[in-house]
Design a protein around this ligand. Structure first.
Ligand SMILES: Cc1cc2nc3c(=O)[nH]c(=O)nc-3n(C[C@H](O)[C@H](O)[C@H](O)COP(=O)(O)OP(=O)(O)OC[C@H]3O[C@@H](n4cnc5c(N)ncnc54)[C@H](O)[C@@H]3O)c2cc1C
Length: 386
């Protein structure tokens, strides 16, 4: 499509979705401003697998080499009960075979770093910045920045995550769209190697309704994730992560007490409900939702980062080929079946992460142990992606 004037986008949020969109839009000739609320680049994160569409987009965007250079290769995934007794281990090679060839295991923050390094110098990335007011019609959008200036653009991309303030301003209150899965999640980076967790391993401690996973994968790659079920997510949210975790994990006798003491001084701790975001349209005129702000599939789907990357890549591809309203429609029509399927998978997998009864715990353990058999690996891979 021939363009006579340069188009401009304002992107709210510099997570995986926002940074990937900035890179791709700039690549197709758009002027891009990114407003990120955090005062500086966020680090840390948790261990995840970039797979499927996300892997394909990373490849298309020329990022695979940089991502692979930061890939982590745990030698062993170990499984224990609350008392700290290890029942079985899954070798790292087996877990990689479960994920398939087209997968990179790495920390979330490392994906952001790779994207950040790939942003061209002409992208105006503003930290400590957000959008306070939005007015729009069907030809463009005007935003007032928190710093006081105003910007006029062809498109405003809300990539500000599950609790998107941009979405609230344009589409309505979050409670109309958020679906809580009855779990709480805390994820934290660890500055000290945890006692009792060998280097190169990922160890999961599980009791009914509660799980804690400790990744000890070298300096800057040590993290803990806690996932527990609750009937009252609102009251849990009113607590600090440190206070909230004390009761569900009080009977976890080894490793976890030591890890919990690191929580108050950790550089980054994430504490939130495990939720999905279900909204019937991602576009309102010249405002479009992207990533978790549009379709959060939850950590249980194991696909949110992949979809954030792929969603941004596909959005830019559509905008390069069509006028803005048509591109937004085409993009949503193509991507929505993927996000819906992924949300279904996320709801289904919740019971594997913090199994809610002994039978489910047993079923999880049996299927993890059975990954030594190639046909079972294939079945699990199919379940993870179906
Ligand atoms: C423990 C855990 C494990 C996971 N495992 C996997 C996995 O294996 N595979 C996978 O693909 N995905 C996984 N995910 C999901 C994945 O991390 C997310 O879905 C993905 O990172 C979403 O990216 P995003 O850019 O849409 O949102 P976010 O990462 O939430 O980024 C939003 C950005 O917007 C900024 N922001 C927020 N509000 C404002 C505002 N008002 N103004 C300006 N900026 C703002 C934030 O500071 C942030 O930088 C996991 C998630 C968790 C929690």
């Amino acid at each position: 499509m021939s363009k006579t004037t340069q188009r401009k986008a304002v992107i709210v949020g510099a997570g995986i979705a926002g940074l990937a969109a900035a890179r791709r839009l700039s690549e197709i000739g758009w002027e891009v401003v990114v407003a990120e609320k955090a005062p500086e680049r966020r680090g840390g994160g948790y261990l995840l697998a970039l797979t499927g569409l996300g892997y394909q987009s990373a490849d298309r965007m020329g990022l695979l080499a940089a991502l692979s250079a930061r890939a982590l290769n745990p030698v062993e995934f170990r499984y224990a009960n609350a008392a700290g007794r290890f029942g079985y281990c899954v070798p790292g090679d087996t877990m990689r075979a479960v994920l398939g060839q087209d997968a990179v295991i790495l920390f979330r923050g490392d994906i952001e770093s790779v994207l950040y390094d790939a942003i061209p110098g002409n992208v105006d990335l503003q930290f400590g910045q957000t959008v306070d007011e939005i007015t729009q019609d069907d030809t463009g959008v005007q935003v007032t920045l928190a710093s006081g200036g105003t910007l006029t653009a062809d498109l405003l991309i809300a990539a500000d995550g599950l609790h998107s303030a941009t979405r609230r301003q344009v589409f309505g209150p979050e409670k109309g769209f958020r679906r809580d899965l009855g779990h709480m999640l805390a994820a934290t980076t660890l500055h000290e190697p945890p006692d009792g967790i060998p280097d190169g391993t990922v160890s999961t401690f599980t009791a009914v309704g509660r799980t804690a996973t400790i990744a000890n994968l070298g300096p800057d790659h040590r993290a803990a994730f806690f996932d527990y079920t609750t009937n009252d997510t609102q009251s849990e949210l009113g607590k600090t992560a440190f206070a909230a975790l004390a009761t569900p994990y009080e009977d976890f006798r080894t490793v976890i007490p030591d890890v919990l003491t690191q929580l108050p001084t950790s550089a980054t701790t994430y504490f939130d409900t495990v939720s999905q975001l279900v909204i019937d349209r991602w576009t309102d005129n010249r405002v479009v939702l992207l990533g978790d702000a549009a379709w959060c599939v939850s950590l249980f789907a194991g696909y949110g980062a992949s979809l954030a990357l792929a969603g941004a890549d596909q959005l830019a591809t559509a905008l390069d080929q069509q006028d803005i309203p048509t591109a937004l429609r085409t993009w949503e029509t193509k991507l929505r079946p993927e996000t819906t399927a992924s949300q279904r998978r996320g709801s289904r997998n919740a019971r594997l992460h913090a199994p809610t009864n002994r039978l489910r715990l047993l079923a999880r353990d049996l299927s993890m142990r059975a990954t030594v058999f190639p046909p079972v690996r294939q079945l699990i891979r199919h379940q993870l992606r179906a």
